[in-house]
Design a binder for this molecule. Structure first.
Ligand SMILES: C[S@@+](CC[C@H](N)C(=O)[O-])C[C@H]1O[C@@H](n2cnc3c(N)ncnc32)[C@H](O)[C@@H]1O
Length: 226
């Protein structure tokens, strides 16, 4: 199902500046309590102990969007995947500060966790500011490609939503081209305002704020799984 060329290649770092003592403690103590089990099939029941709408964030960065959404919808279950240790530590801090009980994390490749979820099990998938892989010869490594999109489509339930944000004009055009060729997603935009203005319930992350400060435009795409 997966485009074999689009896998497990990290664009950026998986480790940055050393963690502060408090962050080390979060990674050692809180992360094991919230981690997606290392193997086996996954479901709302195995992760949260009951049946609830599931959301999945690919590459949550510092976890601001994930924590905001989980706080907004405490009866829903949120799964986030991010290989960057400092990002995971940031997300753990937000989870602790907001006392969130409805988030599970995977420090690693999102696709590995997505594969283990049942088909049609997700209500939302979020992909915010995916790594650009700007060189044309690396385009096949972008998350917006047939392999990952087939997987996302399979895991979303009919009527479920795929949200994609980017501040990269090349990625924006690429994503529009790839998504317009898909019959399994309807673009939920009626006018340019819909993709030029941040939709409600979609918080600004530090990454997005930095992009705007540096003069970059941001585009917001919402697609409904047919
Ligand atoms: C440009 S950052 C954006 C972070 C965050 N979504 C935001 O908007 O603030 C892209 C993130 O995707 C993560 N990433 C890249 N490949 C990934 C993969 N296969 N699975 C999960 N996360 C991935 C990177 O580690 C990085 O943190």
């Amino acid at each position: 199902m997966r485009d074999p060329a689009t896998i497990r290649r990290l664009y950026g770092r998986s480790k940055g500046r050393p963690l502060r003592a408090g962050q080390v403690e979060l990674v050692e103590r809180l992360l094991p309590q919230l981690s997606v089990p290392a193997d086996g099939s996954l479901s709302s029941r195995t992760l949260f102990g009951d049946d609830r709408p599931l959301h999945f964030e690919i590459g949550f960065g510092a976890g601001e969007h994930l924590a905001y959404r989980a706080d907004l919808l405490p009866d829903h279950g949120f799964i986030g995947a991010e290989p960057f240790l400092n990002g995971v530590a940031g997300a753990l801090g937000a989870i602790r500060d907001r006392r969130l009980a409805n988030v599970r994390l995977h420090m690693g490749d999102a696709l590995e966790v997505l594969e283990r979820l049942p088909d049609s099990s997700l209500r939302f998938v979020y992909l915010l500011h995916p790594d650009p892989w700007p060189k044309a010869r690396h385009a096949k490594r972008r998350m917006v490609n047939p392999g990952p999109l087939d997987l996302i489509a399979a895991k979303l339930q009919p009527g479920g939503e795929f949200r994609l944000g980017t501040d990269d004009p090349v990625y924006c055009r690429w994503a529009m081209m790839v998504m317009s060729g898909r019959r399994d997603f309807d673009w939920l935009a009626e006018s340019p305002t819909d993709f030029l203005t941040r939709p409600g319930g979609w918080p600004e992350t530090r990454y997005e704020a930095k992009a705007r400060r540096e003069g970059r435009e941001v585009w917001y795409f919402r697609y409904r799984r047919v």
